[in-house]
Design a protein around this ligand. Structure first.
Ligand code: ASP
Length: 597
């Protein structure tokens, strides 16, 4: 008699002592099997856990014979009775007080020998894991991640629903939206020679929803960016994308804070405090050297430009004379900053383009505070002033960075992060959430000689800065906000331009001619002509939130079928060549034969 596996009475991990005496139907995977003095035991596993099955040849010989033939990961169904394990309780298993005395077993499918174990003996490199991702995903650890991901996504949807947002889907086959990355293109067969772009974000569409009067929109949506991959990037990723009408930046930030609180509650059971602190981009750069500061530890950057000048140290004064800065940070002692470590850090700074890493150690000398090592002899005369200003004491190390403001910030941020690691400065289980606001709207790119939007071209300048668009674009501040968690940018958004004339002007500033604007964004410019409410929104990367809350090391861990660093999928072997007929249909020809990689 086949076993009614479609009528499982329990999941494997659900059985407890209170079920003793019940007849049950179970199904799952064979985690392992053991022969013990005539009895055979199988650990049966599904997503809820493990239960021990007992096969006694004196009870049902046929079932026992079948049980002896099973292997790891065969799929079986059983019927039997829940019995107590008596004194043989396994305290490591939630089901450890009971086992199933099996009366019937059916093998539903066999498993070949596995490329890697999916139990605690798991050991496989990432390539193999991704090649057999369905096996990798069978592991409890990975199951937990995807169940957490589901709970977070559900909490987000519920939150926005509770707050009057509606989810509307936006197209995937669309026109390029500028979000700063390269587009993925999809050739059109019907309109041969033309291409759709996969959306980098639903930015313009969500603005159109506001113009169409939908008031509040939130969507969990896939976005696509063809960038060079790093550990924390994927070509397709999931964003929580939202937009609200008739709002100011504070309203969007407040709404997001509620959502983030809900995510933390759902994901980690933690109550986080709202509102989150706000910091201007300028302050973040001054104090941390980066616009997404990690505020879990101090060791902030300090400006000592004017203080060091009297020492007459050439390297510093040249930087200052060229309009630059001398910034420093103090690593508190006693710290294990050996020569080997500081030399290593100097090399690392050189590796990212820096000139070096001038440093001194503070000691208690014959005349009180003195500098030693590094550039001590050049800055000795101003030792006391510097130490007093930056709060340095004997045992501390001061690292200096002369140069242009942006460069000094870049290298000292790098150093601060490295030192935090070396000196173990980051406390565990601390979640520091922070809004960074008051971003400049535009940056001048010296290489290509033109302005770029810091956020995107639809971001509204501050009202009082609109006149500066004509006179001093570099001074225009944006109504943009980024949410930072422990030094990682978790969300970014802005209040949008809702006036056609301002949007045109911004396009102009960005070097987009009226003809180009018409070609690319006519539909937005049209929409802005027909009654656009003030609106704004934000997007945050769901993958990254899940990664953080799951304590995962990379985005690939929290995406079911992710791409490798080379943007390939080892499971499906995508991307791959297509048949010549397919290319012909699209009027496409491959110019250079692809190199075998
Ligand atoms: N579209 C932006 C992004 O994907 C977010 C936003 O401005 O809402 O980064």
């Amino acid at each position: 008699m086949p076993i009614a596996y479609n009528k499982r009475s329990f999941r494997c991990g659900e059985l407890r002592a209170s079920h003793v005496g019940e007849r049950v139907t179970l199904a799952g995977w064979v985690r392992n099997s053991r022969d013990h003095g005539g009895l055979t035991f199988i650990d049966l596993r599904d997503h809820t856990g493990i239960v021990q099955l007992r096969f006694n040849p004196d009870h049902v010989k046929e079932a026992h014979d079948i049980a002896r033939s099973v292997h790891h990961e065969d799929v079986i169904a059983v019927e039997g009775e829940v019995v107590s394990r008596g004194e043989w309780v396994n305290p490591k298993l939630a089901t450890g007080e009971v086992e199933i005395e099996v009366s019937a077993v059916e093998i539903l499918s066999r498993s070949d020998p596995l490329p890697f174990q999916v139990n605690e003996d798991f050991d496989a490199n990432e390539d193999l894991r991704l090649r057999y991702r369905f096996l990798d995903m069978r592991r409890q650890e990975v199951q937990n991640i995807f169940r957490l991901r589901h709970r977070i996504a559900r909490a987000i949807r519920e939150y926005f629903n509770d707050n009057g947002f509606i989810e509307i889907e936006t197209p995937f086959l669309t026109k390029s939206t500028p979000e700063g990355a390269r587009d993925y293109l999809v050739p059109s067969r019907v309109q041969a020679g033309t291409f759709y772009a996969l959306p980098q974000s639903p930015q313009i569409f969500k603005q159109l929803f506001m113009i169409a009067g939908y008031d509040r929109y939130a969507q969990i949506v896939r976005c696509f960016r063809d960038e060079d991959l790093r550990a924390d990037r994927q070509p397709e990723f999931t964003q929580l994308d939202m937009e609200m009408a008739f709002v100011q930046a504070e309203d969007v930030m407040g709404m997001v804070e509620g959502c983030v609180a809900r995510i933390f509650k759902e994901g980690l059971g933690i109550d986080i405090e709202t509102p989150f602190p706000r910091m201007s981009e300028h302050e973040a750069m001054e104090r941390f050297g980066i616009d997404r500061p990690d505020t879990r530890f101090g060791m902030e950057l300090q400006d000592v430009g004017e203080l060091v000048r009297p020492a007459g140290f050439k390297v510093f004064n040249e930087a200052l004379d060229a309009g630059g800065v001398v910034k420093c940070l103090v690593a508190k002692g006693p710290a294990p900053l050996t020569r080997k470590i500081t030399d290593g850090l100097t090399e690392e700074i050189r590796g990212i383009g820096g000139g070096g890493l001038p440093l001194v150690k503070v000691i208690n000398g014959d005349n009180g505070l003195e500098f030693s090592t590094g550039i001590a002899k050049f800055v000795q005369p101003i030792c006391k002033e510097i130490c007093a200003a930056v709060g340095a004491e004997p045992g501390d190390t001061i690292f200096f960075m002369p140069g242009k403001f942006a460069q000094a910030c870049k290298y000292l941020h790098f150093l601060r992060t490295r030192l935090a690691d070396i000196l173990n400065l980051i406390p565990e289980n601390v979640w520091n959430l922070l809004w960074v606001v008051d971003f400049p709207a535009f940056v001048w790119d010296e290489e290509v000689n033109r302005w770029f939007s810091c956020h995107h071209p639809f971001t509204s300048p501050r009202d009082e800065d609109i006149p500066l668009l004509d006179t001093d674009p570099g001074q225009v501040r944006a109504k943009a906000y980024d949410l930072v968690l422990n030094g990682t940018e978790m969300a970014g958004g802005s209040i949008r331009i809702h006036r056609g004339d301002v949007q045109q002007k911004v396009f102009g500033l960005l070097g987009i001619t009226p003809e180009e604007a018409k070609l690319k964004f006519e539909y937005l410019l049209d929409a802005l002509r027909f009654g656009a409410p003030p609106h704004g929104g934000i997007a945050f990367g769901l993958d990254r939130w899940v990664m953080l809350l799951a304590g995962a090391e990379s985005l690939r861990e929290v995406i079911a079928f992710p791409k490798t660093q080379r943007a390939t999928c080892p499971l499906t072997n995508a991307p791959s060549a297509v048949a010549p007929e397919q290319l012909e249909e699209l009027f496409l020809a491959i110019k250079t034969p692809p190199q075998k990689k």
